[in-house]
Design a protein around this ligand. Sequence first.
Ligand SMILES: *Cc1c(COP(=O)(O)O)cnc(C)c1O
Length: 423
Amino acid sequence: MSNQFGIDKEIIEFSNRIIYELKDKFEEIDKIAEYNQLKVIKAMQDCKVNSDCFQYSSGYGYNDYGRDTLEKVYAKVFKTEAALVRPQITCGTHALAITLGGLLRPGDTIFSPVGKPYDTLEEVIGIRDSVGSLKEWGIKYKEAELKEDGSFDYEKIEEALKDETIKVAEIQRSKGYATRPSFTVEKIGELILFIKKRRPDIDVMIDNCYGEFVQEIEPCEVGADIIVGSLIKNPGGGIAPIGGYIAGRRDLIEKCAFRMNAPGLGMEVGASLNVLRDFYEGFFLSPIVVSSAVKTAVFAARAYEKLGFKVIPGSDENRSDIIQAIEFNNPDGLIEFCRGIQAASPVDAHVVPEPWAMPGYDSDVIMAAGAFTQGSSIELSADGPIKPPYAVYFQGGLTWPSGKLGIMNTIQKLKEKGIIEKL
Ligand SMILES: *Cc1c(COP(=O)(O)O)cnc(C)c1O
């Protein structure tokens, strides 16, 4: 079948040799997926999920049994006391903004011990001036940069923790679109222990975006107080059409609910309309979908390592998220890679991505996505800024065969352009 997509026999054979080499790695990924799949089923059984849970609710959404049960399922899976899982949370940034706004008060300080947070949080926090930022409400921000090698700078963190106004430490699990490493849950656990030893009063919040189900444990199992993510990434399983989640200690989740709705109107309001079945089914499928995305990332890492490109992380490294970066060192490589991903998609495959001056970026950006849900990045998607080192960041792959096809097609495009000569 791969021939029918115009992929050379040579590339198919190259790919199959790599997959053979990666057998043990894939087996490991399957084991994690199986563990997480059973964890989700067990939680659904323990919470007595039944067909009533999938019913429509409207208006204020009082007594939305399906919503409340789903939140119990999330709490069980993520080993927390409570959770908010809502279509009213528009995206990951919104979930993070709700959490920061819920936990902090004027005069408090947010502390990031892992350097700069995700781009969109700069405006939420007010690192870049923005209307309605936490800074406008008198909330301050402090960070400790990572060391040159990407490890935690414990000396700087220790120094920063002397600031009594710090109330929340925000730790981003995934590297996002930066060049630092992603942190495993175990590594995050070491950092939390360090912080809590010195400042047990600080609430530790984890930006868990792209991390869910990549490992067998999640951050609240190593001491995090609250975790936050998007449903059009990992935990939505490609089925959730919208939404975000916040899971953690009950007192903190309640604060977030008042921030999400209104003071006085907490978790008990918020209609689910018709999304609950999708939320449940997506969460059920998520462990396997995430394993497909991780296989796609590892396969791409190994293929592009062999083709002589710098890849982050390397194909042998332990993973904690689904993002893969490849540096092309020239714009054509980046552009052709994105076109290869697009042309192998189930939706919008006939569209040719072009770099453009997107608002908010300091260079042209190219993006590829042929997705069922707009902007969903658990579906195979790629993008990168047209500036050195011309790195593409890609993630997703709802199924492993579709991920494999996408990556083979990128190699095909690069080969046709003469950017790759020898396999
Ligand atoms: C995607 C992402 C966000 C923001 O999520 P959106 O849904 O794009 O608003 C925040 N942090 C990290 C690490 C992310 O990957």
